[in-house]
Design a protein around this ligand. Sequence first.
Ligand code: FE2
Length: 280
Amino acid sequence: MATVLKFKLAAEDLKPRIGSRILNSKEELLSGVLAGEIRELLEQRGILVFPQINFSDAEQIAFTKTLGTFAPEATDGENITKITLDTKANPGAAEYLKGSLYWHIDGTMNQVPILASLLSCKVPATWGGNTGFCNTYAAWDDLPDDRKAELENLRTVHGVWPTVMYYDPEPSLAKLKGMQSVGENELPLVWKHKSGRKSLVIGCTTQRVLGKTAMESAQIIHGLREWATSEQFSYSHEWSVGDLVMWDNTGTMHRAEAYDSECGRMMHRTKLKGDEPFEG
Ligand SMILES: [Fe+2]
């Protein structure tokens, strides 16, 4: 007769408005028994930290699959994506990843962004290199009601090209056109989720707010970014080898903090496929 495994999720808060640390063993996590509770806690807390869980690539893939629909990399079909700024280890993606140093949501060029990402630390940076997260549900919830009324139905335009201006403010025309060839995507400023909860859709991909002047638009975008990333809604993870951090991409923003691009910092990422469009 098969043994029925019965584990309990062991979690503690990182900060009142964002993040939980999960203390279960690798065996308990890989069993899949806790998957439902993990998914639920992820949506409530924005990010989950699994300190020094030391998953191999195969274990990380297996764990990801217990939680939902595994999303392989669209570009090359690989199961694990190596995240590094080191051009020797990752020649194609290093330039693109420079935009990841600024607050963003993954997939704002799609109608259905990925649900979650899982990042494992293989080699930490020699200095810097934390990953920052902020809770965009909590940031929306805590806005005053009159501000919510002003913002609730605004619409924005996102693109990849606005991110270039953060790290290369005087790009060549060819580079600018290359980034613009990806196109633009109109999105709501406030995501009204199926659950009834609401979150902010902002970040370095936001180019403008429709119907506003350039100055008003910049004030909304940067003002909300400043609010959402303020101390009470944000958490910066300092990596140790073997740490795994999972974030709800539909209710958080994230960014890598500056580090020496030659230091060999290496992270391995898997993703869960999204199931909810920015607008229903
Ligand atoms: Fe990202």
